[in-house]
Design a protein. Structure first.
Ligand code: PLP
Length: 447
């Protein structure tokens, strides 16, 4: 986190959200959250958009591409931490029974983790580094689930040292390993799901087949291990509510199998997969399914990642070069961020980023309706030497952009900066300029 970033939070947070629209209640916060999400981006409307716009403008105005030091025009994020706060309130309203354990892998930005910790969420960690990061913020190990069914023995020993007990498993080998290194761990049996409609699928890699769960429970019992419940993940970017309901039903059967063995399970972990644009749809069927299949005594947790952070981050990148290739009938634009950087989501997360013009010929265009459409055909490329580093092979822009112009990308908080590489020596840790459109979030961060 840079000095720029920290100062930006203070400077842009001076006006609390409820001063602007005269409403400070949680319900108002939630409806505002829905109105500014990436799915229905409202082109500059709303306080969050105003702050993001201001931060983008300030930052690009500070860059003189003709004289700056090497990397002075690097890409950067603007993150509205108020959006994280709104997503949390929205979660609480729509899924009051389900405790979110934020999936750190999705975006390990420390300020976001700090805010979530202060909002009282738990955390899903998959490695020692993620555990250390979260615990360094004062989060108790009891608020962490080590949600990785296939773990290195050394990481299990580390979890044991730190008394970080909750962890998942999905096979017999893992049970023997846990017996050896952390026999008092609290185990969640991860089951397979139908994730065929999801953006990113995991069931080819993780999750016990439903035919094997009774045997695994019996083995855990024979080994005198402490199975506390069941977990699942319906795939990241779930298609809708049905996979969740099916998985809840399957989990209920595993609870019954455990009961038949004389084991009492207490926890259900419904994983991640929630999106900004289908959250209410999922919550609308998941909540009732949980109540139908599980008594109130069962604790329900979840591991949302994308839902919390995707819409909060905007990425700005600089046009560093341009080639005109008449045969192609389109201009080739080269940015200083690409597939090896923050746009790794194109490869790893199946995203197709929409290129929007931020500045052209000195004109600032954030939020303009026409900034991602027009008659100019362009292909857009990242800065590395690799041909795979293509942001989009074809898009329509309102202008032939020039070297020195800026473009931006909305909804860039999930699975972007967490997997950026330094390939070819380009920047893998770009600045984040923080703004805060929610008074509550600002107070929590100032504590
Ligand atoms: C075990 C686990 N939990 C949670 C998540 C977060 O999923 P999402 O971002 O779809 O909510 C992931 C994503 O990879 C995961 O592997």
């Amino acid at each position: 986190m840079t000095e720029v970033a920290t100062n930006a939070l203070c400077a842009s947070s001076l006006t609390p959200a409820h001063d602007v629209d005269g409403a400070g209640s949680q319900v108002t916060s939630v409806s505002r959250a829905k109105s500014v999400t990436s799915a229905n981006f409202s082109n500059g409307c709303g306080y969050g958009q105003t702050l993001i716009s201001r931060a983008l403008r300030n930052r690009v105005q500070q860059v003189d591409a003709y004289s700056c030091a090497a990397g002075g025009e690097d890409s950067f994020f603007v993150a509205d931490v108020g959006e994280i706060y709104r997503q949390h309130v929205r979660w609480k309203l729509n899924l009051p029974r389900v405790e979110p354990f934020y999936a750190v892998k999705c975006n390990p930005d420390v300020k976001i983790l700090k805010l979530l910790a202060r909002l009282g969420t738990g955390f899903d960690c998959a490695s020692k580094k993620e555990m250390d990061l979260v615990m360094s913020l004062g989060v108790s190990p009891s608020r962490i689930v080590y949600a990785q069914p296939c773990k290195a023995a050394s990481f299990i020993r580390y979890a044991a040292q730190r008394e970080l007990r909750k962890m998942t498993f999905d096979n017999a080998e893992e049970l023997y390993k846990i017996k050896r290194y952390f026999p008092s761990a609290e185990l969640l049996l991860r089951i397979v799901t139908d994730d065929s409609g999801a953006l990113c699928q995991f069931s080819m890699k993780y999750g016990a087949a439903l035919q094997s769960t009774a045997t695994l429970l019996k083995l855990a019992q024979d080994l005198e291990l402490n199975v506390i419940g069941v977990s699942f993940h319906v795939g990241s970017g779930a298609a809708g509510g049905k996979p969740f309901v099916d998985a809840v039903r399957s989990a209920c059967k595993v609870f019954d199998e455990a009961a038949a063995l004389g084991m009492t399970l207490s926890t259900l972990d419904v994983g991640g997969g929630f999106c900004d644009d289908n959250f209410e749809e999922i919550a609308g069927v998941l909540g009732p399914a949980l109540d139908a299949y599980f008594p109130p005594s069962v604790r329900v947790i979840a591991e949302p990642g994308r839902y919390y952070v995707a819409s909060a981050f905007t990425l700005a990148a600089h046009v560093i070069a341009r080639r005109e290739v008449p045969q192609l009938a389109r201009v080739m634009l080269y940015l200083n961020d690409g597939v090896y950087g923050n746009m790794n989501c194109i490869l790893f997360d199946h995203q197709q980023p929409v290129v929007r013009v931020l500045t052209h010929a000195g004109r600032f265009m954030y939020g303009d309706a026409e900034n991602s459409s027009g008659l100019v055909k362009a292909s857009v490329w990242g800065p590395t030497c690799d041909g795979i580093d293509c942001v989009t092979s074809e898009c329509n822009l309102p202008y032939v952009l020039e070297v020195g112009d800026w473009v931006y990308f909305n909804g860039f908080g999930a699975y972007t900066l967490s997997a950026a590489t330094g390939f070819n020596g380009f920047n893998d840790k770009c600045d984040v300029v923080y703004v805060c459109s929610e008074y509550g979030a600002r107070l929590l961060l100032e504590e």
